[in-house]
Ligand binder design. Structure first.
Ligand code: TYD
Length: 207
């Protein structure tokens, strides 16, 4: 089940600033001789990237949205993530299933039990070894988003939606304390990086 590579996911509400740190962590790991693959969800394969376009821009209900993000995840896991882990590559993934629990479950109010069934079905026991949760108060994230480019279907939601997404992440962090590392994303970039390094230390040496 567990490949030799490590599987590290990045989570947080839109505007938490995780993306800039993913490449930094990739460079840090490569400098230590590790083979690293950076990817994202929804997306990461040609099929999943096409599904991403639909999910981010096409109106749909919460069940359709949930099925599409898990369909994208199935393809991504089967054709990209699992082969990379089996080859000993460390996979850094910008969002994964915790985002489905936070956005579809928390934000949209979709049935958490259905999400848990999809998770079990699609992942066959695969879970991240470490999840870096960039936690930022939703009001602060909204300020950061205001300066960003044209919003997609999620970014254009109101603050109440992001409060629910935030609560969704907090619930997942409580349910999975072993793999979740909370990163205080309100701090300056250098301090955020310091917390990432500390969390990596928790992971132990590469197998
Ligand atoms: P994001 O990762 O923030 O990319 P960008 O930085 O290009 O905006 O955008 C992906 C969006 O998809 C984000 O708003 C959260 C949403 N999402 C879900 O709703 N469910 C999921 O399972 C995943 C992986 C993402």
């Amino acid at each position: 089940m567990n490949g030799r590579g490590r599987f590290i996911t990045f989570e947080g509400i839109d505007g938490a600033g995780k993306s800039s740190h993913i490449e930094a962590l990739a460079a840090w790991l490569r400098a230590r001789g590790q083979s690293v693959q950076v990817t994202r969800e929804p997306g990461g394969t040609p099929l999943a990237e096409r599904l991403r376009e639909l999910v981010l821009h096409q109106p749909m209900d919460a069940l359709t949205e949930s099925l599409l993000v898990f369909a994208a995840r199935r393809d991504h896991l089967a054709t990209a993530i699992e082969p990379a882990l089996a080859a000993g590559t460390t996979v850094l993934c910008d969002r994964f299933t915790d985002a489905s629990f936070a956005y579809q479950g928390g934000g949209r109010g979709f049935d958490l039990e259905v999400l848990a069934r999809l998770e079990a079905w699609v992942q066959q026991g695969r879970q991240p070894d470490l999840t870096l949760w960039f936690e930022l108060p939703p009001a602060l994230a909204a300020q950061r988003r205001a300066a960003a480019r044209a919003p997609d279907r999620f970014e254009s939601e109101d603050q109440a939606f992001f409060e629910r997404v935030h609560a969704g992440y907090a619930a997942r962090a409580t349910a999975h304390p072993g793999r979740f590392a909370r990163i205080d994303a309100s701090l300056a970039p250098a301090q955020v990086w310091g917390q990432i390094e500390a969390a990596m230390g928790r992971l132990g040496p590469a197998r």
